[in-house]
Design a protein around this ligand. Structure first.
Ligand SMILES: Nc1ncnc2c1ncn2[C@@H]1O[C@H](COP(=O)(O)OP(=O)(O)OP(=O)(O)O)[C@@H](O)[C@H]1O
Ligand SMILES: O=C(O)c1ccc[n+]([C@@H]2O[C@H](COP(=O)([O-])O)[C@@H](O)[C@H]2O)c1
Length: 203
C-alpha cells in the first residue's frame, strides 16, 4: 500500500465523510462520533476535497484546511486525508471508483449531513453512488424535512433502513441508506467564515 494514502484492511468498515472543511468545526466532529456509534463503522475518514464541484468559489488552500481539520479532530478511529487530491478526483463517483480499486474488500459507507441528501440529486451520477455503497445521513438543524422529501430519498424509498437498523448499515448491500436523528449541533463553515474567524478564499 502506498504510504501517502490511509491504511485499511479487508473487511474493515470505513465511513467516508467527504467535505470542504472550509473550515472544519465541532459539527463535523460531532456527526463523526455519532456515525461511528450508530452505523457500525470501524473508522471514519475525513476526506478533505480539493474543491466541491458544485461550489462556484474555490475553498481556502487544501493544506490550511487539512491542518485545521487535524486540529479539530483528535480521535483514534478518525483519519484526515487529502486522498482525492492525490488521486486527482473531485467528483464523488470517480473517487469511489478509485477507492474500490485501491481497497478491495473494504466496506465503504458514504456519510453526509441531511443538507447534502436534500441536494444529492444534483451530484454527478448520484444514483450510481446510491447503488454503489451504503449511505449514512446524519440529521442537521433545519434540514431533516428537506432530506426526507428530497428526490434522492423518494427515488430510493425502498432502500431506506429505519433508525433502529442503523447498526446494520455498513454491512448492508447497496442501495441502502439510513437517516439518523441524533442530538444536533448548529455549527457550519459558512457561519464561521461569515464571522470572519477564518481566512477562507476570496468571494
Ligand atoms: N453541524 C452539522 N450537522 C450535520 N452535518 C454537518 C454539520 N456540519 C457539517 N455537516 C456535514 O459534513 C459534511 C461536510 O460539510 P462541509 O465541510 O461542507 O461543512 P458545512 O458546515 O456544511 O459548510 P458550509 O456552511 O460552507 O456549507 C457535509 O455532509 C455536511 O452535511
Ligand atoms: O460528485 C459530485 O457531483 C459532488 C457534488 C457536490 C459535493 N460533492 C462532495 O460532497 C462532499 C461534501 O461537500 P461540501 O462542500 O458540502 O462539504 C464533498 O466530498 C464533495 O466533493 C460531490
Amino acid at each position: 500500500m502506498r504510504h501517502d494514502i490511509p491504511y485499511a484492511r479487508s473487511g474493515q468498515a470505513i465511513g467516508l465523510l467527504g467535505g470542504s472543511y472550509d473550515p472544519a468545526h465541532e459539527g463535523h466532529a460531532h456527526i463523526t462520533r455519532e456515525a461511528l456509534k450508530r452505523f457500525g463503522l470501524d473508522r471514519v475518514w475525513w476526506m478533505v476535497t480539493p474543491g466541491n464541484p458544485l461550489k462556484p468559489h474555490g475553498p481556502a488552500p487544501l493544506a490550511e484546511r487539512m491542518a485545521r481539520a487535524r486540529a479539530v479532530i483528535d480521535h483514534p478511529r478518525v483519519v484526515v486525508t487529502d486522498i482525492e487530491a492525490r488521486l486527482g478526483t473531485r467528483f464523488t463517483a470517480e473517487t469511489l471508483k478509485a477507492l474500490f480499486g485501491l481497497y478491495p474488500g473494504v466496506r465503504f459507507t458514504w456519510l453526509m449531513g441531511a443538507d447534502n441528501l436534500a441536494d444529492f440529486h444534483r451530484w454527478e451520477r448520484w444514483d450510481e453512488i446510491m447503488q454503489a455503497l451504503p449511505v449514512g445521513v446524519i440529521a442537521r438543524p433545519g434540514e431533516r424535512v428537506a432530506a426526507r422529501t428530497s428526490p434522492a430519498a423518494r427515488r430510493f424509498r425502498a432502500a431506506r433502513l429505519s433508525g433502529a437498523s442503523a447498526p446494520l448499515l455498513a454491512h448492508a448491500s447497496a442501495p441502502a441508506w439510513c437517516l439518523v436523528n441524533v442530538p444536533m449541533v448548529d455549527t457550519s463553515s459558512s457561519a464561521i467564515r461569515a464571522g470572519g474567524g477564518w481566512r477562507g478564499a476570496p468571494g
